[in-house]
Design a binder for this molecule. Structure first.
Ligand SMILES: Nc1ncnc2c1ncn2[C@@H]1O[C@H](COP(=O)(O)OP(=O)(O)O)[C@@H](O)[C@H]1O
Ligand SMILES: O=P([O-])([O-])O[C@@H]1[C@@H](O)[C@H](O)[C@@H](O)[C@H](O)[C@@H]1O
Length: 364
């Protein structure tokens, strides 16, 4: 393969971004025993990928007095509330629901994020990425008012929680209380399990829908077309946060000037890197540099699409897309560096994975 020189200097994107969603404590269980306790929440996984890709952002997140992980972007601490906690059971999913690789229970819940908690300024784009029902319809409404473009993870909209045990159930998007806001949303991301709770044919008339399919990559649906985006190989040890890291990589790719199909490849790459580790992944610095170099080489447009509006978005696969996939795949072949040389948004030394006894699930 002929490699072209990397355009210099590498520019850091200047778009202003707003991430909205609560951090949480994740407890991973298997066979009745705790196998790991980690920092969780889509906001933490996306922050981690954005930091890896040098995308700056503002974060609005709430935690309780017991929040136990150091983070680079401080959340709002509610002295009268506990931090949201999820228990993820890795051995119940197949018996209770064939679509699930885990059963999630919300066992503590922090306060919701209200419109008044959002900053009093405008953003180029926003991301509504709640996990425990903390994003209210009025909060999403304020986001679409103050952000030029809004990305939504459907899990922020359609989760309902069993009164006694907190087991996560999904409700139809139409019944969620958010449906009327969809025409004002630019991208809606759903896992294949969550996509069963929406009418993709209807929603794609309003906004671009991205459905992720685990080890099989993802699909992008827009008004006039659809396409499959190839996955990257991974040795899965923990699926937690794959969808969140996918979204971070996808949006990070767009911010860096990639077109939608190429940005979706970056999303698939970060999803695959995440399932190879327990909890919040730490990224090898040399690997990250290779990824950033490839993205910089691949950039097909001079500005990010946020600057040109919807019409400047290109959905069809451009020439060289398969080669870009191959070059991103080859970034994984670099030798890894020591733990001290690894990047993450949250300092590992302070324990973002608090306890690991054994991986929750081995292989595929
Ligand atoms: N086992 C895997 N191997 C490679 N890539 C994976 C694997 N699991 C997930 N991914 C990547 O992460 C993305 C999100 O994963 P998925 O399981 O669909 O989301 P969620 O975590 O929301 O259930 C996928 O589209 C894919 O790109
Ligand atoms: O695995 P994924 O669906 O991308 O996202 C996960 C959420 O579903 C879960 O509620 C939360 O506790 C995890 O930390 C992570 O954010």
């Amino acid at each position: 393969m002929v490699t072209t020189p990397i355009p210099q200097p590498q520019t850091t994107p200047i778009q202003s971004a707003l991430i909205v969603g609560n951090y949480c404590h994740d407890v991973l269980l298997q066979g009745g025993a705790v196998v790991a306790e980690t920092l969780g929440g889509a906001a933490s996984f996306i922050s981690n990928v954005f930091s890896a890709l040098s995308v700056s952002f503002h974060l609005t997140s709430k935690v309780g007095f017991d929040f136990k992980y150091p983070v680079n972007h401080d959340p709002i601490v509610i002295p009268t509330s506990k931090t949201t906690v999820f228990h993820a059971y890795f051995d119940q999913g197949h018996t209770e629901n064939a679509h699930q690789d885990r059963v999630l229970k919300r066992v503590e819940v922090c306060d919701p994020i209200n419109p008044s908690d959002l900053p009093d300024k405008r953003f180029d784009f926003g991301m509504a990425v709640g996990v425990g029902g903390e994003i209210l319809p009025e909060t999403l409404e304020k986001m679409v008012e103050i952000c030029d473009a809004v990305f939504v993870d459907i899990q922020a909209l359609i989760r309902a929680f069993d009164k006694n045990e907190g087991t996560v159930k999904l409700v139809g998007l139409k019944e969620s209380g958010f449906y009327h806001l969809l025409p004002r949303v630019k991208f809606l991301k759903a896992s294949s399990e969550e996509a069963l709770f929406m009418d993709v044919e209807e929603v794609r008339q309003w906004c671009c829908v991205v459905v992720t399919h685990g080890k099989d990559g993802c699909e992008v649906f827009w008004k006039d077309g659809e396409m499959k985006i190839e996955p990257f190989g991974a040795n899965q040890v923990d699926p937690t946060g794959a969808g969140d890291s996918f979204l971070g990589g996808f949006v990070g790719g767009l911010v860096h000037g990639l077109v939608v199909p190429d940005a979706a490849l970056v999303g698939n790459l970060f999803g695959s890197l995440t399932v190879g580790q327990i909890g919040l992944p730490k990224f090898d610095l040399r690997l990250l540099q290779r990824i950033k170099d490839e993205v910089q080489r691949r950039k097909l447009q001079n500005t990010c699409w946020f600057e040109g509006g919807n019409d400047s978005m290109s959905f069809t696969k451009p020439d060289g897309h398969d080669e870009f996939h191959a070059s991103l795949a080859s970034t994984k072949l670099v030798p890894t560096c020591s733990i001290q040389e690894c990047q993450r948004d949250v300092p590992r030394s302070a324990g973002s994975v608090e306890q690991v006894i054994q991986p929750p699930c081995n292989g595929q």
